[in-house]
Design a protein around this ligand. Structure first.
Ligand SMILES: *Cc1c(COP(=O)(O)O)cnc(C)c1O
Length: 232
């Protein structure tokens, strides 16, 4: 299949899954994850009408923005682990392009991002609280019991808009119960801000289950882009 065919196939599956769940397909944002691919893929996707692009490494995000931005109408999503010492670079990117950060998982990171955005005269930007759905603390994300405190911290930052929650389903497990746990955290986060209703969940292997569990932002890579080149 060609890139336009893969895109159309996935969009048809998204629409079908949304309708099966009694949801409006237009309420779902499909982010195309372009990590490890050249920046030219993003230009190609934009020409096909793609408006949301996801990257998971700060250096790659910044390099691609330097190479091709601004791209009319394209919104960028940072979806990778973020160390506080990369907050400045992410803030500089947010000064150049519309950017959301999906991986705020501790109060200190929210603070670092907020200060960096102020210094870069960027923002406010949308921020998602990343939730760890595994038992492994080394995986990214706040423990579900700590997510509310992270949400509170984000809500207290002038340059961050609390948008909702984000998670990656655990490997080798049925994703459906994990996405249900995420939906429960989402309910709690809405007590901080009723507008923080977004749920970023669902990848190539599990986006239909994520839609059934209420995902509003899908992060789909290989099903659309084809196999990723080896990590650079
Ligand atoms: C790479 C990545 C994706 C997309 O993965 P695919 O399985 O290729 O769809 C989604 N979310 C995150 C956080 C990723 O790093």
């Amino acid at each position: 299949m060609t890139l336009p065919e893969r895109l159309a196939t996935i969009d048809a599956r998204i629409a079908a899954a949304a309708l099966a769940a009694g949801r409006d397909p237009a309420s779902i944002t499909r982010i195309v994850v372009t990590k490890f691919h050249p920046a030219s893929l993003i230009t190609d996707l934009a020409a096909l009408g793609v408006r949301d692009i996801g990257e998971n490494r700060q250096q790659e995000l910044s390099a691609k923005i330097d190479e091709i931005a601004p791209l009319d109408g394209v919104h960028w999503h940072f979806i990778g682990q973020l160390q506080s010492n990369k907050a400045k670079a992410v803030a500089r990117a947010a000064a150049v392009v519309p950017l959301s950060v999906h991986t705020v998982d501790r109060p200190a990171l929210a603070g670092a991002l907020d200060r960096a955005l102020e210094a870069a005269e960027a923002g406010p930007i949308d921020a998602f609280v990343q939730v760890n759905l595994t038992d492994d603390p080394a995986r990214g994300g706040a423990h579900p019991d700590d997510a509310l405190a992270v949400a509170d911290a984000v809500a207290g930052c002038a340059r961050l808009r609390l948008r909702g929650v984000m998670a990656v389903a655990p490997f080798g497990e049925d994703p459906a119960p994990a996405f249900d746990r995420l939906a429960a955290v989402s309910e709690r986060i809405r007590t901080v801000d009723t507008a923080a209703s977004a749920i970023s969940a669902g990848m190539t292997g599990d986006f239909e289950q994520a839609i059934a569990a209420g995902a509003t932002h899908l992060r789909i890579g290989s099903a659309i882009t084809g196999n990723r080149p080896p990590r650079g």
